[in-house]
Design a protein around this ligand. Structure first.
Ligand SMILES: [Zn+2]
Ligand SMILES: [Zn+2]
Length: 192
């Protein structure tokens, strides 16, 4: 008889490109096809677990990476954070913390922190940029993290505006932009 791998072992066979578990044979008990598991994410955006419902042993109250408080629902509307999704034949993993609540659209705490940083970095550039440029920089730093039609423009703008900003602020803004960027945004910024 074929040995069925425990769920935690098949977990390591996650296909990183497609983000699914292709050959999972044993579902966590309590998992229902077509439903989400519960995620726990720390307030700075580290994913603690995508299986808080079905594998309560993975739960934590503080983040082991940064020590921040861990949440499992939207602070604004209390909607549960979406973890792994159980499809018919595969499990869709949670590889990145979502930016906004799927129910009320509020920015999650880690996203709100990113938005505050964009604001502060743009304000810090007051000696190198005029007001309009500061506004463009702030908006572009927000846009670069999304995958929208405006991402490309945001990348081009950040590059142009950074040429006017002096060090060390220039390096700080560049690092922030690359860190928060979507895949498309990263390519534009790093020129790869
Ligand atoms: Zn953390
Ligand atoms: Zn919400």
């Amino acid at each position: 008889m074929q040995q069925i791998a425990p769920y935690s072992q098949s977990f390591s066979t996650v296909n990183k490109r497609t983000r699914i578990l292709p050959h999972m044979t044993d579902w966590p008990s309590g998992a229902t096809s077509g439903e989400y598991d519960l995620a726990q994410i720390c307030e700075r955006g580290h994913i603690i677990t995508a299986f808080a419902d079905t594998q309560p042993g993975l739960r934590a109250s503080r983040c082991s990476k940064c020590g921040s408080v861990v949440i499992e629902k939207c602070p604004d509307c209390q909607a549960p954070l979406r973890g792994a999704f159980y499809g018919t034949y595969s499990v869709q993993m949670l590889t990145e913390a979502p930016k906004y609540c799927h129910q009320c659209g509020a920015a999650y705490p880690w996203r709100a922190e990113q938005l505050r940083m964009a604001e502060e970095l743009a304000a810090e550039a007051q000696y190198d940029l005029d007001e309009k440029e500061q506004g463009q920089l702030r908006d572009s730093l927000v846009e670069i993290s999304t995958d929208t039609a405006a991402t490309q423009l945001a990348g081009a703008r950040i590059k142009r505006l950074l040429n006017k900003v002096s060090e060390p602020l220039k390096a700080a803004i560049y690092k922030y932009a690359v860190d928060v960027s979507s895949e498309i945004g990263k390519k534009i910024l790093t020129g790869e």
